[in-house]
Design a protein around this ligand. Structure first.
Ligand code: ADP
Length: 374
């Protein structure tokens, strides 16, 4: 009887094993079908960057067959000036971190450079040890070309608009000077308003030009040593003229010298001040504060406006991001101002910070190093 039960248990175990193997086989077959039919190159490699698998799209995108690549180093695909990317990627993955949508260039068998977006994840064994890496490479050459065309378009249009606008502004300023002598209050008022509008357009065009330079990786800093206090005085004065219905309070620090790109830091502060005006109601107070803390100067711009929810705060500095709240529906903009602010500050090794509560207002702030030789 006992013998019979043992035999029965054995048969049952065997059947379970066969069923488990069948499930595993089916799973593997399904996974390989997905990998083979994917439009993206899917490649796996060991921790020494040696390729262990190579799908059909990898062959189509890079031009090498599976036979040519298995056992070869992934470095074969990496252009000479980007070879240091591989150790950097490996380092990140060894710390258990994924590499997500990393945009770079790779080289095909024919020696052509293509734009790719890489997503790389660690492959782990049951004990959690990293035994290899899986890599998905998407060919984004067409997307990059399209972006390039858009960028060129923005750059050309901005340039074409800037030249006549500069002339218009000079003519208005000339006319204003004449009118002031004649004490014609009406014409003076009209021309002053026209001049203000050209200033606004000028800022907008400059933002677009900077955006296209940034996208091309061509934004560079024109560093000089200057008095931040003077720059702030100019911007606050302009702000008061442009936004007469707001109360702009200004608490400046004594003379403070910094080494930075004067024009671009000016754009940062003007952008933040313009936003404070745009996203708060007339009659409210905007406070521009500048104070020295040890070797840094802290600049903040606070408003009593609509405020920004935590969810939107996280995305505020992305290119073209705009909050689509009801009260902002009629406020025009392109969502590039804060993107430029954060990129310009990043180039100055600084960072833009925001504190805000919906319905109460926002404070945007950043710090810059004080020039010690001052
Ligand atoms: P734009 O003002 O052209 O839309 P920005 O990049 O300057 O572009 O700002 C992005 C978004 O951030 C704005 O659309 C607005 O919703 C929000 N925002 C910026 N500054 C403020 C502020 N001071 N108060 C409330 N919301 C703001």
């Amino acid at each position: 009887m006992d013998n019979f039960k043992l035999q029965n248990d054995d048969v049952h175990q065997k059947e379970l094993l066969i069923a488990a193997m069948r499930v595993a086989e089916e799973k593997t077959a399904r996974l390989s079908a997905i990998i083979e039919s994917s439009d993206d190159a899917i490649v796996s490699k060991d921790l020494n960057s040696i390729i262990t698998s190579w799908n059909h799209s990898a062959e189509r995108i890079f031009g090498y067959t599976e036979g040519e690549m298995i056992g070869q180093s992934i470095l074969k695909l990496i252009p000479a000036d980007r070879q240091d990317e591989e150790p950097m990627i490996l380092n990140q993955l060894k710390q258990g971190l994924r590499v997500d949508h990393f945009e770079t260039k790779r080289m095909t068998k024919q020696g052509k450079f293509i734009d790719v977006s890489l997503t790389i994840s660690p492959v782990k064994d049951k004990a959690g040890n990293i035994i290899g890496l899986s890599k998905i490479a998407r060919d984004i050459t067409d997307k990059k070309l399209e972006e390039q065309r858009k960028n060129d378009f923005i750059a050309i249009v901005s340039h074409e608009l800037k030249t006549p606008l500069t002339s218009i502004r000079s003519y208005i300023q000339l006319a204003l000077n004449k009118v002031r002598d004649k004490e014609d209050a009406f014409c003076e008022n009209v021309l002053t308003r026209a001049e203000l509008q050209t200033r606004k357009m000028y800022t907008l065009i400059n933002d677009f030009l900077n955006l296209s330079r940034l996208e091309e990786g061509k934004m560079s800093l024109n560093q000089s040593k200057f008095n931040l206090q003077e720059l702030l005085d100019e911007i606050v004065e302009d702000g008061r003229v442009l936004a007469p219905l707001h109360r702009i309070e200004y608490h400046g620090a004594p003379e403070v010298m910094i080494s930075a790109d004067r024009e671009k830091i000016g754009q940062v502060i003007s952008n933040l001040l313009n936003n404070a005006v745009k996203y708060s109601s007339s009659g409210t107070v905007i406070t521009v504060n500048c104070e020295i803390d040890k070797d840094e100067v802290l600049i903040s711009i606070a408003d009593q406006g609509f405020g920004i929810s935590t969810e939107h705060q996280k995305r505020l500095f992305e290119r073209f991001y705009r909050v689509s709240a009801d009260q902002e529906k009629n406020i025009s903009g392109f969502g590039i101002g804060l993107y430029l602010v954060s990129e310009i500050l990043r180039l100055h090794c600084s960072e833009i910070k925001v504190e805000s509560k919906p319905g109460e207002g926002s404070v945007f702030s950043f710090a810059l190093k004080v020039d010690e030789e001052a």
